[in-house]
Structures are given as C-alpha cells and as structure tokens.
Write a protein that binds this ligand. Structure first.
Ligand SMILES: [Zn+2]
Length: 179
C-alpha cells in the first residue's frame, strides 16, 4: 500500500509520462513522476516507510528534496520549502515530512513525486525510459487528514462522550493533530 503524499483529493497538474518533448533533453521518455498542484507550505506526507536522505540542489534541479529509501522502493519528493527530517532518520508511512514549495527548477508551486522499485539497494528497470521511475497512481491510496474522534459524526446519544475527560493512560493522543 502506498499513501498519497498530499492529503484530501489533490490536483494532479502533470501525470507520469506526460510532455515527452520537454523531457527528451534530460533523457526521459516523459515526466518521470507525478506533480501535485499545491500552494507553498502544504504539508507533505511520507508515502511509505523508509530512511530519509535530505538533499538540496539550490536553485537548480529538484531544489530542496527528500529521498525515502526502503529495501524495495524509493520515493523522491521534490521542490520543498522545508523538510523536518535529518539524514538517516527513520520515516513512517503517513508522517508529515515537510512543506511543499517551488525550490529548484520549478515553474510554480507544486510537489513532484517520483517512485522507483528497488532490489538489493539498486533501482530496477533503469532502462525503462524513466531511469526506473514507474507510475504507481493505481496503487496509491488517497486519504484525508482526519481522525475518528474529531471528524466522525456523532448520534445525539453519543454527544456526551465528546465532553468526557480521560486520564492520560486511558486514551492515545495524536501528537500531530493541529486542529
Ligand atoms: Zn514533476
């Protein structure tokens, strides 16, 4: 299972394989990932578990970007405005990893996401025209930044529950809950 790095119903502004003419000079058969049209500062989430590597191309290439490596897969999340991780840090699926932006070679604010299949530490199918990147949109689950406690609907008879208070050993608090 792969989670969408953008919550809700994100707007895809460039799909995988689009614009072959634009990407031919880079040696690609087309766009080697998926672009999400999101404003600067949008929270980006880890699509899967892995180990973080934070890189910065400055004003070129991917700008500030994050690589998440697992033995069987790699994600690259590019053009970030900030990244809250350090190199070697473990990342877990659904963790907020930073904020989107338009760093590097970006025509405007968006999140670029590349996904590659790995085996024994190596990218597979590197000669596929996309340096091993593949389109995983059919396997990617959309989700919402919501939780059962705050975002569920409650029957009148269950409203009382919302005003009850519990000891810290009687409930699990979501530390990333901000609203
Ligand atoms: Zn892109």
């Amino acid at each position: 299972m792969i989670f969408s790095p953008i919550s809700g119903k994100p707007l895809i502004t460039q799909g995988f394989g689009q614009n072959p003419d634009v990407y031919a000079p880079f040696g690609f058969a087309g766009h080697n990932g998926v672009d999400f049209g999101v404003p600067d500062g949008t929270t980006v989430y880890a699509p899967h578990d892995g180990v973080a590597t934070v890189k910065d191309d400055g004003s070129s290439g991917y700008g500030l970007y994050l690589v998440i490596d697992e033995p069987k897969r790699r994600s690259i999340l590019a053009h970030l405005s900030e990244c809250s991780l350090v190199n070697g840090q473990n990342v877990y699926q659904g963790d907020p990893i930073g904020k989107s932006g338009h760093s590097g070679m970006a025509t405007g604010p968006h999140l670029h996401w590349t996904y590659k299949i790995m085996k024994n530490g190596s990218v597979q199918n590197r000669s596929n025209g996309y340096d091993g990147a593949v389109d995983v949109t059919e396997f990617t689950r959309l989700w919402q930044d919501e939780d059962l406690h705050y975002d569920a609907e409650y029957a009148d008879s269950a409203q009382e529950y919302l005003s009850m208070s519990f000891g810290s050993d009687q409930y699990l608090k979501n530390p990333s809950r901000t609203a």
